[in-house]
Design a protein around this ligand. Structure first.
Ligand code: PMV
Length: 287
């Protein structure tokens, strides 16, 4: 065992399929070029956390991977917290990789997924696992939950990029997933249609115009199942008015970010700046 270890995990954005993925439909999700890094170092005394986000759940997650005594755990991240960009999955992945590094183990993507998923459960109860899968693999994947899940890496998309527009509000994933469950079976047709949109999106990943229209429809369906907010709808409109091919909330909703599909990020970034909205240009992240 070494006295130090380091690991990282990438953030993510859902291109299409959130909520429906909980019920066995596929989803398209990609890792973004933002990451969380965990560094473990031996230190006498109780384990302590040095982090920008040192809350009770972070400490509970850490307990899953390190002993209560003897470690300094340093967490650094540029993944926004509570914005549907996979911050908890990135932390879970970084943590299990750092622990494996201490133990001198090399983890492949499947093993990192298997170890990080229970850590993610500390945050989300019963996540589909797509955040963790994107975080460990990088790139764009088609994901279907299962034991084991079906994960298909897709070629890196070309010809478009993404801007994430921050609503400034945090969404509560567990609460939103429970709210959708409570609206079934009335929302089942919308969930089925979201599942079908995923297949359509996968078929036009190089056609930004067609893809944008499908993302618009995805947002309308997410509204219909009750997970959007007036603020998220306004950000979708802002993106479209600034020339985005399409825009949708990304993640559980109730807050978090809107994903805008663009050729050139500049007009959407400028519109966001004028409206006082925090905007994050995002590229697909490599593992
Ligand atoms: O907001 P996030 O990043 O936690 O994404 C949630 C995505 C859901 O499909 C709503 C839930 C899940 O576990 O896949």
């Amino acid at each position: 065992m070494s006295a130090r270890g380091v690991g990282h995990g990438l953030g993510k954005l859902v291109l299409c399929g959130e909520h429906a993925v909980v019920y066995g439909h596929p989803a398209l999700v990609f890792a973004v070029d933002r990451r969380t890094t965990v560094e473990l170092a031996r230190e006498p005394g109780p384990t302590r956390v040095v982090s920008h986000a040192d809350d009770a759940r972070v400490r509970e997650a850490l307990c899953a991977a390190v002993e209560p005594e003897g470690w300094r755990v340093t967490v650094r991240s540029d993944v926004p917290v509570g914005r549907g960009m996979g911050s908890s999955a990135a932390l879970a992945v970084a943590l299990v990789r750092a622990r494996a590094d201490v133990d001198g183990e090399a983890l492949d993507a499947d093993e990192a997924f298997r170890r990080a998923l229970p850590v993610e459960r500390v945050f989300h109860g019963n996540p589909s696992g797509m955040d963790v899968a994107a975080s460990v693999r990088g790139g764009l994947i088609r994901y279907r939950r299962g034991d084991p899940p079906d994960v298909e890496p897709l070629p890196a998309p070309t010809g478009w990029s993404v801007v994430a527009l921050d609503s400034g509000e945090a969404g509560d994933t567990a609460r939103l997933v429970a709210a959708v469950a409570a609206r079934r079976p009335a929302v089942d047709a919308a969930l089925d249609r979201i599942g079908a949109l995923v297949g359509a999106c996968a078929g036009c990943l190089r056609d930004a115009r067609a893809l944008g229209e499908l993302l618009d429809e995805n947002h309308a369906l997410l509204r219909a199942i009750g997970v959007s907010t007036p603020r998220l709808d306004a950000l979708v409109e802002l993106a479209r008015s600034a020339g985005a091919h399409g825009a949708k909330l990304a993640g559980a909703g109730g807050g978090g970010v809107v994903l805008a599909l663009v050729d050139d990020p500049a007009p959407v970034l400028e519109a966001a700046r004028r409206a006082g909205v925090t905007a994050l240009p995002c590229a697909v992240g490599a593992a």
